[in-house]
Design a binder for this molecule. Structure first.
Ligand code: SAJ
Length: 424
């Protein structure tokens, strides 16, 4: 019977999970290697968008960086990052380190649940040996399960308590324990899978599905731009089909900790097992080409009004990888900035969620005395910009990397402002 749990990794996945378990009357130890996080939490401070200090203050969670506390629990849930390195190769160091740490302390019959996104094979071929290193045997001394996280940062509707989950485990007993735990924890469906590998594959599939669909509309956008067809109108048209069409939208790139990362985990694992994922690889290539495509739209527009790229004053609005959150992991804005600076543009960056990455402190300053605006993130604050205010700032070009002004395209043109979106 699982009454006490340890959550390893208190980020946007682990902290909501720990708070939910605490609310459901589990005894919860929240562990992280970053003791600045631990001290913030211990002093009742939140550092995760959407979690208030008040929620932290009222929990009974024991926040600690002392991993020996793991010896007191029946279940350990690992929620640490699984990024890729600069060569887009899977970086399992954080999850291997976390597992090695807890292996020293887990007591008999503890279930270790990996929530971090990993490709098929990682739990059994990489993490299980580390757990057994200490002489323990899986399904004898401990159980191993995988329940891939499905947190969608910034989503006000779907959260850790109401998102369905899938679980795979190393044995029937392990599966029963893990399914029983999540059924107590969340108010959503818990689907037992046939194996850990199936559970690992579910998460990689759902995120690769999204990456491929985004690449599909990005390719259509680049084609329709040449054909003079508005892709967003076509997507709206296709979306009237009440079945088997899921709208995705083109943009200046695909960022975040999941979508641009997860496909590489499968690509690499399959390659090591004799299969080349052409489709996944091509989707990544198309999505990773979108920052360049967006910057080229700007350069063509500058050339069209005989304005040299070098020395042009450009305001890039947005740093985060998606609208109305402050997370910049794998953000396309970083690549766009590199291209713009490399071409000698005089660049202003403004993102209300990342003022430390901005070189101005508000929108008015960002729009003052620039020749062009490039939208890299579709924050609500940018959607409210009135095209007339850009005219009065003598802005000549708007490159809309998130098609947030698709309804105002004609207004820009009537004001004599060159407006280009992605496929619109
Ligand atoms: N993006 C597009 N076009 C789209 C959708 C997204 O260009 O149609 C871009 C976004 O601007 C962003 C990137 O792709 O740069 C990722 O966007 P996202 O909405 O997929 O946001 P994420 O990375 O937070 O994805 C999460 C994922 N959740 C988990 O991995 C648990 C993903 O599985 C969800 O499908 C996604 O949220 C969601 O549906 O919102």
């Amino acid at each position: 019977m699982i009454k006490r749990i340890a959550v390893i990794g208190l980020g946007y996945v682990g902290l909501p999970l720990a708070l939910l378990a605490d609310k459901k009357n589990f005894i919860v130890y929240g562990l992280d290697i970053d003791n600045s996080k631990i001290s913030l939490l211990a002093s009742g401070k939140s550092y995760i968008d959407g979690i208030t200090d008040k929620e932290i203050k009222k929990t009974k969670i024991v926040f600690t960086d002392n991993f020996s506390e793991v010896s007191k629990v029946e279940a350990v849930v690992i929620c640490v990052p699984t990024p890729v390195d600069e060569k887009k190769m899977p970086d399992l160091r954080p999850v291997k380190k976390a597992v090695a740490e807890i292996a020293k302390h887990i007591r008999k019959k503890t279930i270790v649940i990996i929530e971090s996104t990993v490709n098929p094979g990682v739990c059994e071929e990489v993490l299980k040996p580390i757990l057994e290193n200490s002489g323990k045997k899986v399904d004898k001394d401990f159980y191993l399960a995988h329940c891939p996280e499905r947190i969608n940062p910034g989503d006000s509707k779907w959260n850790v308590s109401n998102i369905n989950r899938v679980i795979g485990a190393s044995s029937k007993r392990g599966l029963e324990m893990a399914v029983g735990f999540y059924k107590k924890l969340i108010d959503a469906k818990v689907k037992p899978m046939g194996s850990i590998k199936e559970a690992e594959a579910v998460k990689i599939m759902e995120n690769s599905f999204r990456d491929i669909n985004i690449a599909f509309v990005n390719e259509l956008a680049m084609s329709f731009h040449k054909l003079g067809i508005n892709i967003e109108n076509v997507i709206d048209g296709a979306a009237t089909k009440p079945f088997s069409f899921i709208p995705h939208h083109p943009g200046c790139g695909v960022g975040g900790h999941c979508i641009p990362v997860d496909p590489y985990y499968l690509i690499e694992y399959a390659r090591n097992n004799g299969f080349e994922h052409q489709f996944l690889t091509l989707a990544r290539k198309i999505n990773e080409s979108m920052p360049r495509y967006t910057v080229d739209l700007l350069f063509e527009a500058l050339n069209k009004i005989d304005m040299p790229v070098k020395g042009a004053k450009v305001a890039m609005l947005g740093w985060s990888y998606k609208a109305d959150i402050g997370d910049d992991r794998e953000s396309p804005a970083k690549v766009i900035k590199k291209f713009l600076l490399g071409a000698g543009v005089r660049l202003t960056v403004y993102d209300p969620y990342s003022l430390e990455k901005s070189n101005v402190s508000n929108l008015a300053e960002a729009l003052d005395k620039v020749d062009a605006v490039l939208i890299a993130t579709g924050h609500n604050e940018f959607k409210r910009i009135d095209p007339k205010s850009l005219k009065s700032n003598k802005i000549k070009i708007v490159i809309d990397g998130r098609n947030i002004y698709r309804e105002k395209k004609d207004m820009f043109q009537s004001l004599g402002i060159t407006y280009l979106g992605i496929g619109i």
